[in-house]
Design a protein around this ligand. Sequence first.
Ligand code: ATP
Length: 238
Amino acid sequence: MAVLEINDIVTAYGKIEALKGVSLSVAEGKITCLLGPNGAGKTTLMMTISGILKPQRGAIRFNGQDLAGKPARTVVGQGVALVPENRLVFPEMTVEENLKAGAYLRRDAGKVPSDIASVYERFPRLQERREQYAGTLSGGEQQMLAISRALMARPKLLLMDEPSLGLAPLIVEDIFRIVRELNNEGTTIFLVEQNAHMALQVAHHFYLIEQGKIVFDGSPDEMEEDEVIKRAYLGSKV
Ligand code: ATP
């Protein structure tokens, strides 16, 4: 069953359409992966779903409610949280302040301390560094913090924009382990990724976007058999 349904979304920067009528769906409880080259529109799609960018046209239904063009706070309030590209933690705030910032829309403020405690249980390194400025963390730690900050919103759907970008292979393994773990715990995940080999280890369904259009939609098996994808994304092992 689809929890997120995107239909014919067009998002433009000025006159340039970065998304030219994108339609796709994300199944509840699954990991859906969006592949695509640089500049294809992946980040634009994530920002459109999150309410940071307004689409010119189209529908974004989450649990049946239309979120297209709604402000980010409404989208988060509905249970959709973004882990942005390049991590984007608040560098001059401490680890713990970043986590609290992720919970700012929560109505059940009383439960925030126990959620912070469970983040620390998952990521002991963040606990060790709780008073440290986020800007002084390593890239991998910042990514863990960016994921944790999104989790503080208790999302039903987690949008992750290239969480492995620029990280060392061992850290990438860690990130993907966490993605799988969160999914096993019941969070639906929509993942942007350029590392198709890693994505194949976790994702249940794939889309490929090129120049603002979805050009492939299929299962991991279908993806591995597609000649174009094989050549462009699976040519060499990482
Ligand atoms: P990457 O993997 O490099 O992050 P992407 O698939 O996420 O790429 P987008 O960042 O969504 O791609 O960009 C899609 C298109 O929109 C590109 O042609 C890009 O140049 C353009 N674009 C992105 N941001 C802006 C902006 N702020 N102003 C104008 N054009 C933009």
